[in-house]
Design a protein around this ligand. Structure first.
Ligand SMILES: Cc1cc2nc3c(=O)[nH]c(=O)nc-3n(C[C@H](O)[C@H](O)[C@H](O)COP(=O)(O)OP(=O)(O)OC[C@H]3O[C@@H](n4cnc5c(N)ncnc54)[C@H](O)[C@@H]3O)c2cc1C
Length: 373
């Protein structure tokens, strides 16, 4: 539709929702009709964020429990490869994909994406809507939930179907991470949740799977949008730290005492070809960038090898790393909580153990390279 034509497609009529702010646990008959599990597929300059596929995998499990379909939502510009992304979504477990392509949807902006998503929800009525807890997903989930007057549980660590109510039971940390709470949206639909990257496992792709694509239109004019996307300028100083998807992470904690000692963490990570992580106090002290923080208010990681040196193992740190395949902890205190989740524990001074490990790995890897040559 051209802007000059001035015609706007009518928005889908929202279903009437329970009035008032009081506690209501009953679904209205209209909201009982909502069916299916949806995943918002986040993509940026030709790449789908892996969290979207992790969520399609989770959505598949929820939908199998409910006996319903999984749908992927793809919004973007006319020249973006949404059909290719939809085909990929099918391989990860989606049955259907809703595609909305419009020049206005090229590059994320809150207003058109909120309208697109809320219109699709009002028209096709899913019972669950999942988004990644990324910058984009967090921004969009909040405005969509507010517009739809429904419940949103952010940063979930587990998603289940409650057997007695068939509601989504969304678990997340609370009270500073010292407790977990499970939240259910009983009287509103869709039930919305966000999940951070790497919290859920990446599903196996099945190339033989396919699905149905449903095309829809946005029905919005550029002149109705306050925010303008003038240009995309990559952050030249951004240092490409990709902690959530690293295979090897060496993390330093406050037990390393100062930034000079922390260099030992970088040395070991360099030899192992891994990334460097840190606890929150190290970030707060300015020893390393905030992007390196692992934990509840940092990144969730799932490496094959996680080495924690001078890290006490507070619950807020553990929630971000305890799903790692192999955890090695180095700590002077034999009673440090990190040893409860570690597969291998070294009771000792990290300032001596880290250089010894670096030297041993460097020698071993050099020998392997010589043997392979
Ligand atoms: C709402 C909230 C959110 C939070 N989010 C996060 C988060 O995302 N990530 C996070 O990490 N923390 C987070 N925290 C902070 C968390 O509670 C802990 O304070 C923090 O993880 C502790 O960091 P640490 O292990 O580096 O330091 P410490 O607790 O001070 O532990 C240092 C450890 O080093 C050991 N040690 C001392 N000397 C040596 C040595 N020479 N060699 C080896 N070991 C030594 C000590 O025995 C000790 O176990 C959060 C807290 C709150 C309240």
């Amino acid at each position: 539709m051209s802007e000059a034509s001035g015609s706007i497609a009518p928005a889908a009529v929202p279903v009437k929702r329970p009035a008032g702010r009081g506690r209501s646990v009953e679904l209205s008959d209209e909201l009982k009709a909502y069916k299916g599990v949806w995943v918002f597929v986040e993509h940026d300059r030709g790449h789908v964020h892996s969290v979207s596929w992790e969520l399609v995998g989770e959505a598949r499990k929820l939908a199998d429990k409910l006996g319903c379909q999984v749908s992927a939502l793809l919004l973007g510009g006319p020249d973006e490869a949404l059909e290719k992304f939809a085909a990929e979504a099918f391989t990860f477990g989606a049955d259907k994909a809703y595609l909305m392509q419009d020049p206005i949807l090229k590059g994320y902006r809150n207003e058109p994406f909120t309208k697109g998503l809320t219109d699709l929800v009002n028209k096709y009525q899913p019972e669950i809507l999942l988004l990644g807890a990324t910058s984009m997903g967090r921004d969009l989930a909040g405005s969509v939930a507010t517009t739809l007057l429904t419940g949103l549980t952010a940063d979930c660590t587990e998603l289940r179907i409650d057997p007695s109510s068939n509601a989504l039971a969304a678990t997340r940390p609370t009270f500073g991470g010292s407790l977990y709470c499970t939240i259910m949206t009983l009287a509103y639909r869709p039930q919305m949740a966000t999940v951070r990257p790497r919290v859920m496992l990446m599903p196996q792709a099945d190339a033989s799977r396919s699905g149905e694509i449903v095309y829809d239109t946005l029905g919005m004019l550029e002149s109705q949008i306050v925010t303008k996307l003038l240009d995309f300028i990559a952050d030249a100083s951004s240092n490409k730290i990709n902690l959530p998807y690293a295979d090897v992470i060496v993390t330093g904690g406050k037990g390393l005492k100062n930034p000079e000692n922390f260099r030992q963490v970088f040395e070991l990570a360099r030899v192992l070809g891994g990334e460097v992580g840190a606890t929150r106090p190290c970030v707060q002290a300015g020893w390393v960038e905030a992007e390196r923080q692992v934990g509840q208010t940092g990144k969730t990681v799932r490496p094959k090898l996680y080495i924690a040196a001078g890290v006490s193992g507070a619950i807020q740190h553990r929630v971000g790393m305890e799903a790692s395949d192999v955890i090695v902890a180095i700590n002077t205190d034999v009673n440090a909580p990190i040893f409860e989740v570690a597969h291998y524990g070294i009771v000792g001074n990290a300032m001596q153990v880290l250089p010894a490990l670096t030297q041993a790995f460097a020698a071993h890897l050099a020998l392997r390279r010589r043997q392979a040559a």
